[in-house]
Design a binder for this molecule. Structure first.
Ligand code: GLC
Length: 576
């Protein structure tokens, strides 16, 4: 399924880079390293006005729930005015709230409510592109000499057809759209309704900094820069060399000016507030990633790479060995400098339990707890995507008519137009589609899972009677309660945030085992990623001292041999 391979594949990262710097991350303690981020897809979280679309009042209604999770930051997908071609990632007014989501007063109350609960707010900033309905673009397309013309990338038609560029969400895969008004093509790496902004124009950059300051002045605490690695381009648009597909980022983004733009942004915005910024995508090498986030560069603060999530982006699923290798090499590359995000899902991918765990009724709970144990015991800032604390699963649509996502729908058109294999495409979508991860939050066993009194914009998963907040709150052994315990364990033990990570049993094809170590304290984490019992000798010399976390009732241990139940996950403190 090309569109998804490309969607994630474009962010593919390659190994290189060195250990630099003398300081350990522990000496650079900050709140955004120590907290846990809860990501909310606002469209799907809680609807309070019965239109079937989640809203800001819904998030406000659930603030105590969010607080009860123990998380310390909330990232909301875009909430600005938008015609919703890509569910808010196509912004028509950066200083207003999407009407389906509410008003600026609602936003102010939400921010206040979060801050009263000591929870920080992370704003999604989508500035590689705007909506084609943004006033800037309306002006820009109106005439070649309009003052806003240079806010976007235009290719005059008298120069011939522009050099090929791929578009992720275009039904023809073509990133240049002809516009007859001025007889020119405009560039859109994403859909036709998402024209790319021309960052090379200093006026565009100033507009963006002003927008960011507008939100920082309101009190937001962090920014997530959407698709930002694409912002700096080679604006001569050379013909792409043969084999460019192997390093798409190099030819599509990470342009030579990216760092000067980020330094400027740091000067103009980040340096003036107590905020952090995370980049979506981290270039194509470790060096790229470091160049974006190392503290002494004064650019961004946290990298969000895709290589971990790209593992298993096919119906063949993933190999544990590869998964371990990816996480281990990223950890090593960031052991001394820079800071990573740790996550297994977001709004662009399937549900964590379905993709990396096992969503069959017998293993869903154990595997969800196991995956949350992983995320919350790794170095970096953990992200929990709404519903993953409950073990929500893929919805698995069969027909294209059930999808809402522009990527799925336009991808389908492309398969049809090019005579591709529709059955194969639908099978891949069923497993990998972004809509799998966007179904309404499951609050209780009432109709529509308590999400809305109307008809939800995307159907509620049939399993909502069993998998929901109300049921799981009551069950001390639920995924939800396990998640809360893990968050607390991380909070109580900085070793999980800052401690040295060491991979054990690299070749084991069922067990992911590692230690975390800080100031003489050492933890052993063992995760069985398989549906079978896994037996292994304790992989460290030290003795086990205290069992801190377990997703089963017991740990089977005899003569230093451990037997892990299917998807069992536990954490031991080791004796000194
Ligand atoms: C990012 C977002 C994705 C969106 C795209 C275009 O990758 O995560 O949801 O469709 O950018 O803005």
């Amino acid at each position: 399924m090309k569109i998804f391979l490309i969607l994630t594949g474009v962010f593919l990262l390659i190994f290189s880079c060195a250990d630099q710097g003398k300081k350990t991350s522990y000496e650079d303690r900050t709140w955004w390293k120590e907290g846990v981020i809860y990501q909310i897809y606002p469209r799907s979280f809680k609807d309070t006005d019965g239109d079937g679309i989640g809203d800001l009042k819904g998030v406000i209604e659930k603030l105590d729930y969010i607080k009860s999770l123990g998380v310390s930051m909330v990232w909301l997908n875009p909430i600005y005015s938008s015609p919703n071609a890509d569910n808010g990632y196509d912004i028509s007014d950066y200083r207003n709230i999407m009407k389906e989501f509410g008003t600026m007063d609602d936003f102010d109350s939400l921010l206040k409510g979060l801050h009263e609960r000591d929870i920080k707010f992370v704003m999604d900033v989508v500035v590689n592109h705007s909506s084609d309905e943004h006033e800037w673009f309306k002006q820009s397309r109106s005439s070649r000499d309009n003052p806003y013309r240079d806010y976007y990338h235009w290719w005059p038609a008298e120069k011939g057809t522009p050099p090929y560029r791929y578009s992720l969400f275009d039904p023809k895969g073509d990133a240049w759209k002809y516009d007859s008004i001025t007889n020119a093509y405009y560039l859109h790496y994403f859909s036709q309704k998402q024209p790319d902004l021309k960052w090379e124009n200093p006026r565009v950059r100033q507009e963006v900094y002003d927008i960011m300051k507008f939100w920082a002045d309101k009190g937001v605490d962090g920014f997530r820069l959407d698709a930002f690695q694409y912002a700096a381009k080679d604006t001569t648009f050379p013909v792409l060399p043969v084999g460019y597909e192997k390093n798409v980022i190099k030819y599509y983004g990470m342009g030579p000016n990216l760092h000067s733009y980020l330094k400027e942004m740091y000067e103009e915005v980040f340096s003036k507030y107590d905020v952090f910024a995370v980049s979506e995508g981290a270039g194509s090498t470790f060096e790229d990633a470091h160049s974006l986030v190392d503290a002494d560069r004064n650019e961004l603060q946290m990298a969000y790479h895709f290589e971990g999530m790209d593992v298993g982006n096919s119906l063949d699923r993933f190999q544990l060995k590869e998964f371990k290798e990816v996480y281990t090499k990223w950890d090593s590359a960031f052991a001394k400098k820079g800071w990573l995000s740790v996550f297994l899902a977001n709004h662009d991918v399937p549900r964590m339990a379905s993709k990396f765990g096992n969503d069959s009724p017998i293993f869903r709970e154990a595997s969800t707890k196991m995956l949350n144990t992983f995320i919350l015991s790794m170095r970096g800032t953990p992200y929990c995507y709404y519903g993953d604390e409950l073990g929500m699963t893929n919805i698995g649509f069969d027909s294209i008519s059930q999808y809402q996502d522009i990527a799925a729908i336009n991808g389908y058109k492309k398969v049809i137009d090019t005579g591709g294999d529709v059955t194969q495409y639908l099978a891949s979508l069923k497993f990998l589609s972004r809509d799998n991860g966007r179904t309404p939050m499951q609050w209780d066993a009432s109709e529509q899972a308590g999400f809305t009194t109307g008809t939800p914009w995307l159907p509620v998963n049939d399993n909502y009677k069993k998998i929901n907040v109300a049921v799981e709150n009551e069950d001390p052994e639920s995924c939800l309660n396990h998640f809360k315990k893990m968050v607390q364990l991380r909070k109580d033990n900085p070793v999980f945030v800052y401690g040295k990570y060491t991979l054990l049993l690299p070749e084991h094809d069922q067990i992911y085992a590692y230690t975390r170590e800080l100031d003489g304290e050492k933890m052993l984490i063992m995760l069985n990623f398989s549906p079978e019992v896994a037996t292994v000798e304790i992989p460290v010399k030290k003795d086990l001292e205290e069992l801190l976390m377990n997703n089963y009732q017991n740990v089977f241990l005899k003569d230093r041999v451990l037997s892990l139940e299917p998807y069992q996950a536990f954490i031991y403190k080791l004796k000194n």
